[in-house]
Write a protein that binds this ligand. Structure first.
Ligand SMILES: Cc1cc2nc3c(=O)[nH]c(=O)nc-3n(C[C@H](O)[C@H](O)[C@H](O)COP(=O)(O)O)c2cc1C
Length: 451
């Protein structure tokens, strides 16, 4: 009897402890109370870092067996927290090897699956599609659509695969991905390494065939046409191709039937000449051709996937005005703002790695991409959904993007550093920020800083 009581007592207090750990943010408001979430977090001493690491490892073995007896939501939260113990190991690996490992793990389902429902305040509808939260994984992480279900299962509101080129290509010679750890940044010059549209289409067909929209207009099941989570497909061009538009058209023909939305990527800095496609006439011509290719395909009542263009953060005011005119004139469905920058902001200047060629992503990109996001929101008068991307590493960052005009938010670099545990944390912080400032829904906060 006493034994049983003792066991219950231990179970109760351990459950409480695990619940606290699993909760991404004990008090989300705390994270939102300063203007810079990242700087607000207390710095850990070297010894307390070590203690945490050891505790994480120990919990992985001892607590793991115990936690499997808990309810699935608590267990899911515990697993997310436990993945933090793996971050130091990933940090020791070459960035591209670490990335490969992460994709393989997600493809095999060896990653936590989010069982806790998203907070209602985070939900929104865009392009007639329901997003349970506005936080998405940016293009470039799963270039070949190998791990869509695993990545969506982490709790992202949407995942964007690609960029996919018509023909498979190796990309630039390695090394081509570099960490600027202290700055929370990466430099990459991958150059659209990928398996090409045929391999990706086959994979999406077998892995995610259920995403295929109904093609018959008699379908009465339009509501349930897609699987769980939203899939974006980002299209690029081959390095040696002379007819860029023909490449994008091929991408659309091969992949749009699997996409909840399509992205024309004209902003990677690592494909020679690509960014020139952002010029007013070039962009107009390209969007017209891609739209025509998409619209001549057979679509059911559901209609074709929305078409977005992803732009660079290194554009002049005139460039932005031109893009806004094209976007409004041609009724583009959205803009993703932004890709990586070829500039080297002051924050990275003292790091010798900043001399590597390629696009810079992560924290030092935040202000630059946010400024053009705001400009574009004003130029397009809030008429076009914008996806804010660049340097998001906290819920406060995501919130700032939304206030600057983003309807949806994406991240890559912070996820590469922070791993799965970052996703529930960002969502909880974002919900806390919205509530703190009295917003009843996501819609109310979009563009709040531009009004
Ligand atoms: C290693 C790496 C590869 C990328 N590959 C692509 C790509 O293929 N297509 C694309 O549109 N963006 C690509 N990006 C850009 C990201 O999608 C994102 O726009 C950029 O990294 C800024 O977001 P972040 O600061 O959260 O990383 C890549 C970024 C990184 C770091």
């Amino acid at each position: 009897m006493t034994g049983r009581f003792a066991f219950r007592f231990m179970k109760g207090s351990l459950t409480q402890k695990l619940k606290q750990m699993a909760s991404p943010v004990a008090n989300p408001r705390h994270y939102c109370s300063s203007s810079s979430s990242s700087s607000a977090k207390p710095k850990l001493s070297q010894s307390s870092r070590k203690e945490r690491l050891l505790a994480g490892a120990a919990i992985g073995v001892v607590g793991g067996a115990y936690a499997s007896t808990l309810d699935k939501e608590t267990f899911s939260g515990w697993l997310f927290t436990a993945t933090k113990a793996l971050n130091p190991m990933f940090a020791l690996l070459d960035p591209e090897v670490a990335h490969r490992l992460a994709i393989s793990a997600a493809a095999r389902g060896w990653v936590p699956r989010e069982q806790r429902p998203d907070q209602q305040i985070l939900g929104l509808e865009v392009w007639g599609r329901r997003f349970s939260n506005p936080i998405g994984l940016a293009a470039g992480f799963d270039k070949n659509a190998e791990a869509v279900e695993g990545l969506l299962g982490l709790g992202f509101g949407f995942v964007e695969v690609g960029s996919v080129t018509p023909i498979p290509q190796e990309g630039n010679p390695k090394p081509r991905m570099f960490r600027l750890r202290n700055e929370g940044a990466l430099i990459n010059r991958c150059g659209f390494n990928g398996e090409g549209i045929v391999a990706v289409a086959e994979r999406l067909d077998t892995q995610n065939g259920k995403r295929k929209p109904e093609k018959t207009s008699t379908s009465s099941n339009d509501e349930v046409k897609h699987g769980q989570g939203i899939l974006g497909v980002n299209i690029g061009k081959n390095k040696t191709s002379e007819d860029a538009a023909a490449d994008y058209v091929q991408g659309v023909h091969a992949l749009s039937q699997y996409a909840d939305y399509l992205v024309i990527n004209v902003s990677s800095p690592n494909t020679p000449g690509l960014r020139k496609l952002q010029g007013r006439n070039q962009l107009k011509d390209l969007v017209q051709k891609v739209k025509a290719a998409r619209d001549e395909m057979e679509w059911g009542k559901v209609g074709p996937p929305p078409l977005l263009v992803k732009i660079a953060p290194d554009l002049s005011k005139q460039d932005l005005e031109d893009i806004a005119v094209v976007a409004l004139d041609l009724h583009l469905d959205g803009l993703i703002i932004s890709n990586t920058t070829i500039s080297r902001p002051e924050a990275v200047e003292s790091n010798p790695v900043s001399e590597e060629g390629g696009g810079l992503s992560g924290k030092p990109l935040f202000n630059l991409s946010n400024d053009i996001l705001k400009d574009m929101y004003i130029l397009t008068k809030g008429k076009i959904p914008l996806v804010g991307c660049g340097g998001v590493s906290s819920g406060e960052d995501a919130y700032k993007k939304i206030r600057a005009g983003a309807t949806l938010v994406q991240l890559y670099t912070a996820f590469a550093y922070g791993g799965p545990a970052l996703i529930p944390q960002i969502k909880a912080e974002l919900a806390g920020c919205l509530e703190r400032d009295g917003f009843k829904s996501m819609y109310d906060a979009i563009g709040a800083d531009c009004r």
